[in-house]
Design a protein around this ligand. Sequence first.
Ligand SMILES: Cc1cc2nc3c(=O)[nH]c(=O)nc-3n(C[C@H](O)[C@H](O)[C@H](O)COP(=O)(O)OP(=O)(O)OC[C@H]3O[C@@H](n4cnc5c(N)ncnc54)[C@H](O)[C@@H]3O)c2cc1C
Length: 434
Amino acid sequence: MGSMTEPFPLAPSLWAATAPPAPPTPPLEGSVSADVCVVGAGYAGLSTALHLAERGIKTIVLEAHEPGWGGSGRNGGQVIPGIKYDPDEIEAMFPDHGADLAAFVGSTAEAVFDLIDRHGMDVPRVRNGWIQGAHTPHAVETVRGRAEQWARRGARTAFLDKAATERHLGTAQYDAGWIDYRGGAIQPLAYARGLARAALAAGASIHGGSKVAALARSGSRWTATTERGASVVADKVVVCTNGYTGDLVPRLRQTVIAPNSFQVATAPLSDNVRKSILPEGQVTSDTRNLLLYFRLDHAGRFVIGGRGPFREPRSAVDWAHLERIIEKMYPQLKGAPIEHRWCGRVALTRDFLPHLHEPEPGLLIDIGCMGRGVGLQTAMGMRMAAYVATGDKRALPFPVVPIKPLPLHPMHKAYVSAIIAWYRMTDGGVKAAA
Ligand SMILES: Cc1cc2nc3c(=O)[nH]c(=O)nc-3n(C[C@H](O)[C@H](O)[C@H](O)COP(=O)(O)OP(=O)(O)OC[C@H]3O[C@@H](n4cnc5c(N)ncnc54)[C@H](O)[C@@H]3O)c2cc1C
């Protein structure tokens, strides 16, 4: 796309093929100073930078590739409020501020659509709700409770029985479901680029091709040095590298497991076929541990994602399981050409919560999106900006916790493969359509 970004290309994907051009984000040269240096230009880093710049705080973002290169440019584009835990659980887990935390996680989809509107971003989007299908009878009670808990807190939700779920999804795959009307869909890379443009317009600087190789503190100032030897000296650093975290901060990478999630997209479907799948424009994912998520995009392509090998893909065979699932769920898609195959890394924590760390004064870290970060990381960025600007920890929705590596992290690839095999067995397969 943009010539400034060519040396740091995005992985090919449906989103890379259809997004509006990237704004210019040339590599950092020389040594510059700022109030805040943000490392990583996904939703978390870009939202932090936008909201700092709007407060008049001089902010420089350093990104190894280009904005949206990581999970933010590759995801399913499903804008889903909430986290893994239901609001009643959140209130029980955090007796002091659980109600505020539940309200925060419930507000994250709204934050995305509001920012897109406020900044006039060029982002294909739809907001007709997100449906979660229950894949077992036990999960029916889970989704019923989920819908009720959020409704009690004022959200527009509904439990869908088996027939209603089938009507909405166009497949009889699920025993029931619930719909959360706060959710919707975006073109994820267009949104990352929209955030980058908004942050630039607010006065932030963003440098692609600027991988930070070292972070060093001297007194109250931090120096972030890039692989090419350029540097930013700043009062504060915010690290937002999530599933692509390397060894920049000691032991941080070992706090998460970062598996790949795989996706495929068909060619645009004919009108007739399109009307038979998610006809009311919702997006959906299910209650499996290794969840399946699917939707139509703005041009009527069927897009589905799910598990895949932990390693980077070697050939189209690594996506074949998703292609088989498409035909089982929607026989009318048999033979539909698959035009795009891609994947990206999510970051999973041991307690299934996103983690905030502050290992030294002036160094704030956000990691562990748990695979649901379009809304969450956007809203986290807003709160991190408020904290960095004011020093008031109450701005942070989650507690700041110590960096605690997972036990046996060096074994994590074998460990993840074992978990995937176990979940594949216990989740059960996709049923063939009758
Ligand atoms: C395939 C897939 C499907 C998903 N589907 C959904 C979905 O439908 N809905 C949803 O809500 N969530 C979804 N997610 C999760 C969501 O995409 C992520 O939670 C979110 O994008 C994370 O944003 P982030 O800013 O934290 O990290 P990222 O977007 O991953 O950004 C991290 C950035 O840090 C940069 N970086 C790393 N190290 C350095 C360094 N040393 N110096 C400079 N830069 C560095 C990387 O290049 C990268 O650009 C999905 C994720 C994937 C991968």
